[in-house]
Design a protein around this ligand. Structure first.
Ligand code: NAG
Length: 279
């Protein structure tokens, strides 16, 4: 999602999901991780802290407890879409959030990285209210099912970015209009692990899962899974203990090329969850 890097690097790999709960191995006696506790629900049987339950798109109240609309910093970022709350719609029966990018005219341009960017769409973003931190000695797992477009000019993403300064950034999945899915970890804007793989059947949901484990009190090991298979492993330098925003958004144009589509584009996320546990 960082414009410099996404344009420069592309490789291959990804992240997937089995049941997050089943993947957790921890003993009941272990204390809970400290950093993610505010909105957390502790499960004494597994010593797992649930930061966001997989049911958070299942009612408006559950959504409002876990998520807020737009980017944490506002409506604009590094592409041709301006986020508007009305473009993010819950289907509570399907436990699904659908974001629609709609062509728009007459919007003021935005500025990013010293550049002026024309706004051609109204689209949507949501972010987790809780900051995500991989604390020393802990693992954080993020997972969900996504139906994402790979059409030129469409740039959906499921990603983490630094609350203070930058990096850390982990792109757990992003689709940059190329037919591929990208998995990226940024040590700096020029030192980037980036892995792209072909994205199968974009009309279907695919399960993305990222397992982020503190390695040594400094660096975070990031495993990216897609549809249950480990696609790539990357290491984030100095990510331990650094707070990150979790964002689900449908940006447009920018790194995904332009012009984008002249009709509506949809991006759907289902059953997104975050858990943390002692490694
Ligand atoms: C990022 O830093 C970590 C820790 O030093 C290192 O293992 C990893 O290879 C670095 N990533 C890149 C792309 O160089």
């Amino acid at each position: 999602m960082h414009a410099t890097v996404t344009a420069v690097v592309s490789v291959l790999l990804a992240c997937h999901g089995s049941s997050t709960a089943a993947a957790v191995a921890a003993t009941p006696a272990q204390p809970l991780p400290a950093g993610n506790a505010a909105a957390a629900v502790a499960d004494a049987a597994t010593a797992t802290t649930t930061i966001i339950p997989a049911s958070s798109f299942g009612t408006q109240a559950a959504f409002d407890a876990a998520w807020d609309y737009n980017y944490p910093w506002g409506t604009d970022h590094n592409g041709g879409a301006r986020m508007d709350k009305s473009q993010s719609v819950l289907d509570t029966e399907a436990n699904t959030l659908t974001i629609t990018a709609t062509p728009a005219t007459g919007q003021k341009p935005t500025k990013h990285g010293g550049k002026t960017i024309a706004i051609h769409y109204l689209s949507g973003a949501v972010h987790a209210r809780e900051h995500i931190t991989v604390d020393r000695g802990t693992t954080v797992e993020l997972a969900g099912d996504f139906r994402a477009t790979v059409t030129k000019g469409t740039w959906p993403a499921f990603w983490l970015t630094a609350v203070d300064g930058w990096p850390p950034e982990v792109d757990m999945a992003e689709w940059k209009g190329s037919g591929k899915i990208s998995f990226n970890t940024f040590n700096t804007s020029s030192q980037v692990a980036a892995h792209d793989v072909a994205y199968p059947s974009p009309g279907d949901f695919h399960t993305i899962r990222c397992v982020m484990r503190d390695e040594d009190g400094k660096d975070v090991n990031v495993q990216f899974y897609m549809d249950g298979k480990l696609v790539t492993t990357q290491v984030g330098k100095g990510f331990t203990g650094k707070a990150m925003y979790l964002i689900i958004n449908l940006q447009m144009e920018g790194s995904s090329g332009s012009p984008g589509p002249k009709t509506d584009t949809e991006y759907a996320a289902r059953g997104v969850s975050i858990i943390a546990y002692k490694s």
